[in-house]
Design a binder for this molecule. Structure first.
Ligand code: FES
Length: 152
């Protein structure tokens, strides 16, 4: 409620509509502790408006490929009981910048690796980022290891 006694908390439907996400996603984020909701006497969720910024932050981080567990760790540095201040959001963003820079470098490497292969077709054992005969990349770890590092 604000100083005029007006309840400006959002229903899950209103928050989901404003964010452009499914209500099930907000329930999932709440279940994981990424966002919090109060309950009405009837048991309905009510979200403070800062949930919009928190969810936008989560979605943006996921869009650049960061794992939810890492996002969760970062959000845990913010106060859970109130809306973070601008300074607290800025501190979080500044602390995360090196990690985001790493992720951007990885994405650029993937983009360039794929771009090199499209229309190439050489499937070079020494230079190709997608050719992986007999799954020899398996010994280097899980995932698409050739795409997420420099050329083999
Ligand atoms: S197909 Fe030529 S570098 Fe990948």
């Amino acid at each position: 409620m604000d100083g005029d006694g007006i309840d400006d908390r959002m229903t899950i439907g209103a928050a989901a509509e404003r964010l452009g996400v499914a209500t099930s996603l907000l329930r999932y984020y709440e279940q994981r502790g990424l966002i919090q909701a109060e309950r009405t006497a009837g048991g309905q969720r009510r979200f403070a408006r800062d949930v919009l910024r928190r969810v936008s932050f989560i979605r943006a981080a996921q869009q650049v490929g960061l794992p939810l567990a890492e996002i969760e760790q970062r959000l845990a540095t913010l106060p859970p009981e109130r809306a973070p201040t601008v300074e607290e959001w800025e501190a979080l963003a500044a602390a995360w910048q090196p990690r985001l820079d790493d992720q951007i470098r990885t994405l650029i490497g993937i983009r360039d690796g794929l771009a090199r292969c499209i229309g190439c077709g050489c499937l070079s054992l020494d230079a190709c980022h997608v050719f992986n005969p007999a799954d020899r990349a398996a010994g280097d770890g899980p995932g698409a290891v050739y795409l997420t590092r420099d050329a083999p």
